[in-house]
Design a binder for this molecule. Sequence first.
Ligand SMILES: Cc1ncc(COP(=O)(O)O)c(C=O)c1O
Length: 436
Amino acid sequence: MDPLDRKALLLDEVRKYHHEAQPDRRFVPGVTEIWPSGAVLDEDDRAALAEAALDMRIAAGVSSRRFESAFARRMGRRKAHLTNSGSSANLLSVSALTSHLLEDRRLRPGDEVITVAAGFPTTVNPILQNGLIPVFVDVEIGTYNTTADRVARAIGPRTRAIIIAHALGNPFEAIEIAQLAADHDLFLIEDNCDAVGSRYDGQLTGTFGDLSTVSFYPAHHLTMGEGGCVLTANLALARIVESLRDWGRDCWCEPGESGKCLKRFEYQMGTLPVGYDHKYIFSHVGYNLKATDLQAALGLSQLAKLDEFCAARRRNWRRLRDGLADVPHLVLPEATPRSDPSWFGFVLTIDPEAPFSRAETVDFLESRKIGTRRLFAGNLTRHPAYIGQPQRVVGELTNSDLITDQTFWIGVYPALTDEMIDYVVASIREFVQARG
Ligand SMILES: Cc1ncc(COP(=O)(O)O)c(C=O)c1O
């Protein structure tokens, strides 16, 4: 049989297998797990992965390049660089700001980067990993974002950049914070890992900063299993990100490609001899944070469903919000004014005066197989990893502490059905009524 025909036959079988291997999807209240998040994978995803495997595209290749250009176009940025995680994307973004290619604008050890205290650790870690100093500000309860006012108050003489995540899909005041960055000559990195498809004032998040990052871990809007991306409209920054991602090399040929610059053996850099192979000239102290074509093939197949996924997340969030609107003792989540979030989760804070605790609430929900998660680290400065690290804190971290003590979130991801959401709403109402 012709290998192409055999491949088509195999992929046909993979699609059949996909349907045969589906677990029983009937929802049994209190028995079926209602996950807070998870990958939503269909037969196209399985076939895309199988095809990449059949082609043995085990390193970055054609699908990686296709994904990078499709995703950049989709997100309205000139360049996207695929990485092996969202954390790696954050590491590359902050590290890029320290590049010698930025000359006077480069960040140097001891320079400050403003961030929020309540969030995910790997938004903050690259600041410390680059010898920079995090400046922590508090967030609001309800939006779980900081404000431009808080950021403005934190700017000091050594402040050079801002990195903030759009909290659980809810955009921060991106126009105002980008304006502050422009006024004070600061770089802005948007950690957009939880917010693909969100808009602020009609504009996609991830397009306000110098750089933005995305995660493709299964909990996120699109998944590759593991994976991430750095996006930028700035070609100089893109070049630095690529170099840092690809071992620090100066050459920008794709793996397997050679001589795109047409002068591969004509360079003289550093104290190397003239004509040293440009593929092996290193202009940054880099990493290898690339992803594989298996990941990119899945990413391309997922990308086709992005609108559908974002719409389902919005619908599920709205159903929870409407269903819980009149329940006492709960602080319900609020979209940042002028925003249209593509939600990551539905955040709840238990009023500290409530006649029940967060622990009791979470225990009750988990006993009903309703999965809960914390707003990541809560106040990061209270974790062992950050105590004693160089840092500056501006103002009180009262709300970050409240989040640490009283906040959790539940799921809105696309696989949740109306029946599941209604069960979650009914369970919370029942719990509060019994305790209230
Ligand atoms: C805001 C934020 N930034 C970064 C990350 C890290 O992404 P990854 O798990 O792909 O490393 C996450 C992970 O969930 C996140 O929520």
